[in-house]
Design a protein around this ligand. Sequence first.
Ligand code: ATP
Length: 206
Amino acid sequence: MTISLNQTGKRFNYDWIFRGVTFTFRDGERYAILGPNGSGKSTLLQVISGYLHHNEGTVTYSTPEKPIENDAFFRYSAIATPYLELVEEFTLTECLQFHLQFKNFLPGITASKAMQLVGLEKAANKQIRYFSSGMKQRIKLALAIFSDVPVLLLDEPCTNLDMAGIALYRQLIDEYCGHRMLIISSNDEQEYAMCPHRISILDYKK
Ligand SMILES: Nc1ncnc2c1ncn2[C@@H]1O[C@H](COP(=O)(O)OP(=O)(O)OP(=O)(O)O)[C@@H](O)[C@H]1O
């Protein structure tokens, strides 16, 4: 999978958040999008994911075999972001089952194994509305990282996690990210230390 941005820009109303982003994200590589609060890291990640539309330039996706239509890219990627809320009425089991209607987990990962791997097996039948913010974040990470897709997009992945949660996050990336493309938007080194490629959003302010 390759994701190519060419002179890509995004604005909200009259405010350009970034402009002139020309960059190619490649298969199996790990990237961090960096910048201060409010600089546009999450916005760029959402433009890459196709969740937000860009206002100028292009975003294109392709595999070695064929180009991927923009509105089909969601099948090839999974995103964990504070912007997307879990369905509060579901129990954890229902939440995972719902997700599995749209995306498979990696081979060998079942819903119950996923819960166990993020330390939430005892909460299987609890409604999401009663989960703590850190527990919700563990679910978001599980849904993204265990999805069997070639591209993982993580927005501030350690939000609300305690020390044990941060260690768990790093372990999940080590064990389950494999050779998939990983793009993390962050301003916290412990979230993106594993990403050798760094993109500063401040380079795209015009
Ligand atoms: N839907 C929206 N409508 C208008 N402005 C928005 C919208 N979403 C984000 N913004 C603005 O875009 C800018 C970039 O926001 P973004 O969340 O991408 O920043 P960030 O770098 O991820 O910040 P943080 O580190 O605080 O998470 C901010 O000024 C924000 O207020």
